[in-house]
Structure formats: structure tokens, C-alpha cells
Design a protein around this ligand. Structure first.
Ligand code: ADP
Ligand code: MG
Length: 337
């Protein structure tokens, strides 16, 4: 047996990258979440070749000061939590401090950022975790993250990627999930030189319509229920607007897109009597509750959550949705002249 050795930092980042940057869309999710955490109201995404060749995200957030640029690319360096108490009440989307380090470990990365404390912007360039340069740059406000050749440093992973179109499809879906969660932010998505989605900041219902379509908006209920510190709101399609696949279902817990068995089950149960079992409803729904009552630190991609009191969450969601679905609006409208 060889002797036990500590792994070098870059190798640790490359291993972590396997999880954090499973595909270009996972990198995009992390970069977009950083922009939102920085308080941005305007975010533009420019992709080349499904995000593999280039992924450029610019925002108008708070920016990063020069002396922190290198830390931003360092593993386990974060501005979002400092203690266990912070972790228990975390309100930001990120907190692990490993996304940028992992992305940088396997790509050629550039960060340009303008921070209020600096006279001008600064650029940091890195190649596979190796910082090559920190120099003055031109940028009016916010941060520009430019990732080129994602996976150039992990050729094995590159082989597992699907076609550029498939990877772009995943990026688009990631973009949609985030755009649905923040109607107050304007977003642009461009792929191979063509703008594919342009979303102006709007009221929630308008954003849902912009992303999910006019037909959905016309055939969906708006609901907003609160009880005992829980709030459940959003839009859920009437049974007349359903799908063969379960691909148009968006659930968020405290602003975070999740796939949660308990919530899905409560929603399915609410639709049970009004929808044929092989049809799937379309919805975009938000659960809001005290961060201390939900654990988001279950998995690095953070799409899993755990509730302290799952049963009452289940009951609350079922009733909130059942109320609008069971309401006899169909009869009322059919009686109308
Ligand atoms: P985390 O988001 O978990 O803190 P990241 O590796 O994603 O870790 O980012 C590291 C740090 O870099 C963040 O904590 C934040 O301070 C800074 N940062 C990253 N992206 C941006 C951005 N777009 N605007 C401002 N600061 C950013
Ligand atoms: Mg982050």
C-alpha cells in the first residue's frame, strides 16, 4: 500500500468540480446565483457552443474589491457565511465557497469586477486554478465572469458531455428556473450570437407568462395562501392545461429551485381528483418559510431540502392548492351568458 498523502489543492478542486460542474448548465447555475446574491437587477448571459466554449455572465451587482478577487477563486472562501448560526439561517443562494474555485480549476477563467471602493475595475485571469494576472480593466459596474473552454483541464469529463445543443438546452432550462424565481431582475440569454430570451423586469404573473407562455397564463390559477408562518403562492395550471411529461413543473423553497418528494406528493394529491393519472400539471409555485425550519445544506447542488416539520408543510400545500382546484369556477364560467 502506498503511504497516505494530503492531496494538492488543485487536485481537490478538480475532484470537487466533478460534482459542482457536472455539465455547463451546473456552472451557469452557480454563476447566476452569485450574480443574484450580489444584488444584481440586470444579468446577461452569453454562451458559445452550449456553454462549453464560452460562458460569459455580466451583472450590475455589488462587485468584488481587488484584494478579494483571488479569494473569490479560492476554495472554501465565501462572503456569505462565517459561522454555524449563519449556516442555519442562510438566505443567500450560495454559501459553500467552492463554485468559482471548481469552475476555475477546469477552465480558463476571467473575472472583471468594479467595486465601489475602487477607482476602476480589476481583472483576474486564471488557467486551471493557476492565477496568471491581476490587472486594471474597464468595466462600469458589477461583475463579468468569463469562462472559456470549460473542461479543458478535465478531458475525461468533456467526453461525457452530450451535443452542444443538448448542453444548451440544459443551460436554457437553468436560465428559465432562475428567471422564474426573480421577476424583479431583467435577464438576457444569448447563444452563438443570437438572443434566445430577453426578459424585462416585471410583476411575477407577467414573468410567468413570459417564460411559460400565454396559454399557460390564461389557463392557470393564481394562488397566495399564508398560515402559521408558511406562505405558498404562484400559478398552477387548471386541469385543462396539462402535459404528457412532468417537465414544466417549478417549485421553489425560499427562492431556491428544488425537487422535493414531499412537496411533489402534496401537489400531486391536490390534482388527483381533477387530473387523469397519466397527465401532469404545469405550475410555478413558491413556498416561503422561516429558514431555520428548512435545511438546504443537504447536497452541493442544493436542489434537495429537508423540513423540520414535513407533515405540516405537506398539509399546508395540499390544502392551499386543493382550495383553488376544487373551487367550482368551471361551473360558474359555464353558466355565464
Ligand atoms: P459562494 O457563492 O458559495 O460564496 P462562490 O465560489 O460561488 O462561493 O463565490 C465566492 C465568492 O465570490 C462569493 O462569496 C462572493 O463574495 C464572490 N462573488 C462571486 N461572484 C460574484 C458576483 N457576480 N458579484 C459579486 N461577488 C461575487
Ligand atoms: Mg456561489
Amino acid at each position: 500500500m502506498p503511504s497516505i498523502k494530503l492531496l494538492p489543492d488543485q487536485l481537490i478542486s478538480q475532484i470537487a468540480a466533478g460534482e459542482v460542474v457536472e455539465r455547463p448548465a451546473s456552472a451557469l447555475k452557480e454563476i447566476l446565483e452569485n450574480s443574484l446574491d450580489a444584488g444584481s437587477t440586470d444579468i446577461a448571459v452569453v454562451l458559445q457552443s452550449g456553454g462549453i466554449k464560452q460562458m460569459r455572465v455580466s451583472d450590475n451587482g455589488c462587485g468584488i474589491a481587488r484584494e478579494e478577487l483571488q479569494l473569490a477563486l479560492t476554495r472554501h472562501a465565501t462572503s456569505k457565511i462565517a459561522s454555524l448560526e449563519d449556516l442555519e439561517s442562510v438566505a443567500s443562494l450560495g454559501f459553500r465557497g467552492e463554485a468559482l474555485a471548481s469552475i476555475a480549476a477546469i477552465s480558463r477563467a476571467q473575472l472583471i469586477s468594479a467595486h465601489a471602493s475602487e477607482k476602476h475595475a480589476w481583472r483576474i485571469t486564471s488557467e486551471g486554478s493557476f492565477i496568471t494576472e491581476i490587472e486594471p480593466a474597464a468595466l462600469d459596474a458589477g461583475t463579468l465572469v468569463d469562462i472559456q473552454d470549460l473542461y479543458f483541464n478535465t478531458p475525461a469529463r468533456r467526453k461525457f458531455l452530450k451535443t452542444e445543443n443538448t448542453e444548451f438546452g440544459h443551460c436554457e432550462e437553468t436560465f428559465r428556473r432562475i428567471a422564474l424565481s426573480r421577476p424583479d431582475v431583467s435577464f438576457l440569454l444569448q447563444h452563438n450570437g443570437r438572443a434566445t430570451m430577453r426578459l424585462a423586469a416585471a410583476e411575477a404573473q407577467k414573468r410567468f407568462e413570459d417564460v411559460l407562455g400565454k396559454e399557460f397564463a390564461a389557463k392557470a390559477f393564481y394562488l397566495d395562501e399564508s398560515a402559521a408562518g408558511l406562505r405558498f403562492w404562484g400559478m398552477a395550471a387548471k386541469p385543462t392545461f396539462s402535459r404528457h411529461a412532468r417537465d414544466t413543473q417549478y417549485v421553489y423553497v425560499n427562492g431556491r429551485f428544488v425537487r422535493d418528494k414531499l412537496i411533489s406528493h402534496a401537489i400531486r394529491q391536490a390534482y388527483q381528483d381533477v387530473l387523469h393519472h397519466d397527465r401532469h400539471p404545469v405550475f410555478v409555485l413558491f413556498l416561503e418559510l422561516d429558514p431555520a425550519l428548512v435545511d438546504v445544506n443537504v447536497h452541493p447542488s442544493k436542489t434537495e431540502v429537508r423540513f423540520r416539520d414535513g407533515q405540516s408543510v405537506h398539509r399546508f400545500i395540499f390544502h392551499a392548492l386543493n382550495k383553488v382546484l376544487a373551487a367550482p369556477v368551471g361551473i360558474a364560467s359555464s353558466l355565464a351568458p
